[in-house]
Design a protein around this ligand. Structure first.
Ligand SMILES: *[C@@H]1O[C@H](CO)[C@@H](O)[C@H](O)[C@H]1NC(C)=O
Ligand SMILES: *[C@@H]1O[C@H](CO)[C@@H](O)[C@H](O)[C@H]1NC(C)=O
Length: 375
């Protein structure tokens, strides 16, 4: 009886009621206690309403409750992003050649983009974005696609840059965020980057240790976290954070790319997939379409000095759709690290040409040694 009372309001709306139990099963979710499951079911129901509202208010994009974050409050989701930041003030490289741009281009068709990763509950997007930019460079340079280890960056990279962030300083903070341009610098100094096969991402379900020597003023004091150093590959008996061999690739430098989106497209075609930072606050329920930053739109204003960039992803291509009136809608195609059940099989599209969500503000990629791969 109770069961039917509970279902009635949903049935009355006329739309099929998404079922929490089905969703939880599809995503392999288990909760410690029945109480926790009840709380999550409540959040799920509130999110069903949020998704309905988003679909009404933001036409052109489809939002869905079916993705991996349907049991998280928007604030909980935001905690998986990095802290908001401005782009570092680094000089962008100018175009070497200006290729004629075709209407569309995609590195995923060209063997330079590996499978979609799932960063899980950690703020490690910057490490994934860096690894994938390096993978792209290796693929473009050698013709081989070798999955590389974001885990190495999460466990070992404690780089800082005191000139960044308007003099406040920037740092790589393991699972609490970081910067791809600093990660390339770390990889250059470390001697190279390990393959994912040799150093898998195992952060799932437990906190890895913070990198040794990380900046407490910039990263926060995380000594109290659950950390068993000896069980990590980086800091444990294997000491891979101090390795001098075993790398899959040698990183020799990095490049910052243009903020002009026409030039950025040319550079992406010229160099390979690029790491970019964006403001991602309202990507939680994105399912498909050309995203414009959600209902309120995100359009960070470089002039104001506060950009709110809080997520790192991989720029893999561009193209354009037409709306029903025949007007072209240019977009970027980006690879996320939230698994394949999110978005367009793990990818998303973002409006191109308007600086949307800051996509053009911190594009970078690595330089890698041409041959051979270090072994
Ligand atoms: C960690 O490993 C080192 C060397 O292998 C050992 O000396 C130390 O006791 C270990 N620490 C813990 C907490 O197990
Ligand atoms: C962007 O770059 C293109 C190609 O170099 C150039 O033609 C255009 O004027 C630039 N736009 C702006 C706003 O600087």
């Amino acid at each position: 009886m109770l069961f039917w009372l509970y279902l009635l309001p949903l049935l009355a709306r006329g739309t099929p009621a998404p079922c929490f139990a089905d969703w939880a099963q599809a995503h392999g979710k288990t909760y410690e206690t029945e109480e926790v499951a009840k709380v999550r079911a409540e959040v799920f129901r509130a999110n069903v309403a949020r998704v309905r509202e988003l679909n009404e208010l933001d036409p052109g994009v489809t939002y869905s409750i079916a993705g991996p974050f349907a049991d998280l409050e928007p604030q909980e989701f935001a905690a998986r992003l990095m802290s908001k930041r401005t782009a570092p003030d680094v000089a962008a490289e100018s175009l070497l050649i200006a290729p004629r741009l075709s209407d569309s281009f995609d590195w995923t068709d060209k063997g330079a983009v590996g499978p979609v990763r799932d960063q899980k509950a950690l703020g490690s997007c910057w490490a994934v974005s860096t690894a994938e930019a390096v993978e792209g460079q290796v693929a473009v340079t050698t013709g081989k696609l070798v999955p590389l280890s974001p885990e190495q960056l999460v466990e070992c990279d404690a780089s800082t840059d005191s000139s960044c962030g308007g003099g406040k300083g920037c740092a790589d903070c393991g699972m609490f965020g970081g910067w791809p341009y600093l990660a390339y610098q770390y990889l250059e100094k470390a001697g190279g980057m390990f393959s994912e096969a040799d150093w898998p991402y195992w952060a799932t379900g437990m906190y890895p240790c913070m990198p040794q020597g990380y900046s407490k003023p910039l990263c926060g004091n995380h000594d109290d976290l659950f950390c068993k150093a000896n069980s990590t590959k980086g800091q444990g008996p294997l000491h891979l954070c101090h390795a001098s061999h075993g790398f899959a690739v040698r990183v020799t430098g990095w490049r910052a790319l243009s903020r002009n989106e026409t030039e950025l497209a040319m550079q992406m075609v010229q160099y390979g997939p690029l790491s970019v930072l964006i403001e991602a606050d309202s990507l939680q329920f994105y399912h498909s379409g050309i995203w414009r930053g959600g209902v309120f739109g995100c359009q960070p204003d470089p002039g104001s000095g506060i950009l709110g960039l809080d997520h790192a992803v991989l720029l893999v291509g561009y193209g354009q759709d037409r709306d029903i009136l025949g007007k072209t809608k240019p977009y970027w195609r980006l690879k996320n690290s939230w698994g394949t059940s999110w978005g367009e099989k793990g990818f998303f599209r973002l409006e191109r040409g308007t600086g949307r969500c800051g996509v053009n503000l911190a594009a970078t990629t690595a330089r890698v040694a041409e041959t051979p791969l270090v072994v």
